[in-house]
Design a protein around this ligand. Structure first.
Ligand SMILES: [Zn+2]
Length: 349
């Protein structure tokens, strides 16, 4: 698969290692998105604290009629079945061939064009890319590269993974530090077929519910367009979205993240750097349940506040959200499979 970066790609790697695209950084984000899709369909997804282990005896004792169910009986959730777990190899091998990759030039640190005051002092909000430049030469990369996917199991079509990468290209970001706007990619030649991904995922559909985890049922995907867009616009927007929750610090930290003290929390809303024709991509997962929700703040209110800000301040090109009147393609899709098909660009059935 030939891939082009639209915003710089960062795949991790700490000081001293070879300067290249790290496969593990790609796999981490691919697994994250795959979990989102499986949870959306109600399939089985283990928690990181309680990872799956393959039990070969249970596999042979299983009376399930299909392989996926047999593997569940043997202790593997639907994600580990594909991405591997203790005693069970990942179903595919991924390798990267770099063709035209160069170090991206990013502003560091980057400051928003905003000022806030605390105790009479003026501050400018700034973002750091902590491992940069200390870990040079492992800088974010731009350019084009090739991903090679090879199936390692006879029953596993490698184009499931190609479909997953197409999904990420359409809606999310590949690699690490999406919260810094990295990882928007596109295929260099034709789109990759998402049909095999859908077919594979459909077999995992079940009745599990995930009210506190990222899931296709609580994610929103949106794209705005700006004229004369600059890199700093991403960070201006990041600051402005934080401000929407200024009345409640817990909610603000929960949604937009914090690096303060012991309560480090990743942002649940990510904003890409600009790409294409002035586009910025924003997506986030706002769970149905959270400890910080109260009479005033809940999922619906948070999403509504973000949506409101974007439609008033920007040219909003798309907004996709499960079972929502805000969705710009089809409102209120209540069947997760139908919603997934719609995101994958697959005609019904
Ligand atoms: Zn698992």
């Amino acid at each position: 698969m030939k891939v082009k970066t639209l915003t710089p790609l960062w795949t991790g790697g700490v000081g001293g290692k070879v300067d290249r695209i790290h496969e593990t950084g790609l796999l981490g984000s691919m697994r994250w998105w795959y979990e989102v899709l499986v949870r959306g369909l109600g399939g089985r997804v283990c928690e990181r604290s309680d990872e799956c282990k393959f039990d070969v005896d249970k596999y042979f004792k299983s009376e399930a009629s299909d392989e996926g169910k047999r593997l569940r009986d043997a202790g593997l959730c639907d994600v580990c079945q594909v991405f591997g777990a203790t005693g069970w190899k990942r179903r595919f091998r991924l390798s990267v061939k770099e063709s035209e990759i160069y170090d991206a030039i990013i502003q560091h640190p980057i400051e928003a064009e905003r000022v806030y005051e605390t105790q009479g002092k003026k501050h400018t909000p700034a973002w750091y890319f902590p491992s940069f430049p200390n870990t040079k030469p492992n800088t974010p990369k731009s350019g084009s590269f090739e991903i090679q996917i090879q199936s390692l199991y006879g029953d596993f079509p490698s184009d499931v993974i190609m479909g997953l990468i197409q999904f990420i290209a359409d809606w999310g970001a590949l690699g690490a530090r999406a919260q810094m706007g990295f990882g928007v990619i596109e295929p260099i030649d034709d789109r990759w077929d998402t049909g095999p991904l859908y077919k594979w995922l459909a077999t995992t559909a079940d009745n599990q519910e995930y009210y506190e985890w990222p899931s296709l049922r609580n994610v929103f995907f949106t794209q705005i367009k700006m004229q004369n867009v600059r890199e700093v616009d991403t960070f201006n927007l990041k600051y402005d979205l934080r401000q929407l929750f200024s009345a409640n610090q817990d909610v603000r930290h929960f949604i937009m993240g914090t690096t303060a003290g012991d309560n480090k929390m990743a942002a649940k809303v990510k904003i890409s750097r600009p790409y294409g024709d002035g586009q910025i991509r924003i997506w986030g997962w706002i769970p149905e349940k959270a400890g910080c929700y109260d009479n005033e703040w809940n999922r619906e209110k948070i999403v509504e506040v973000i949506h409101n800000h974007l439609i008033h301040e920007y040219d909003l090109e798309t907004w996709r959200e499960f079972n929502s009147p805000r969705d710009t393609a089809t409102v209120n899709i209540t069947d997760p499979r139908e919603f997934l098909q719609s995101l994958l660009g697959i005609e019904g059935g």
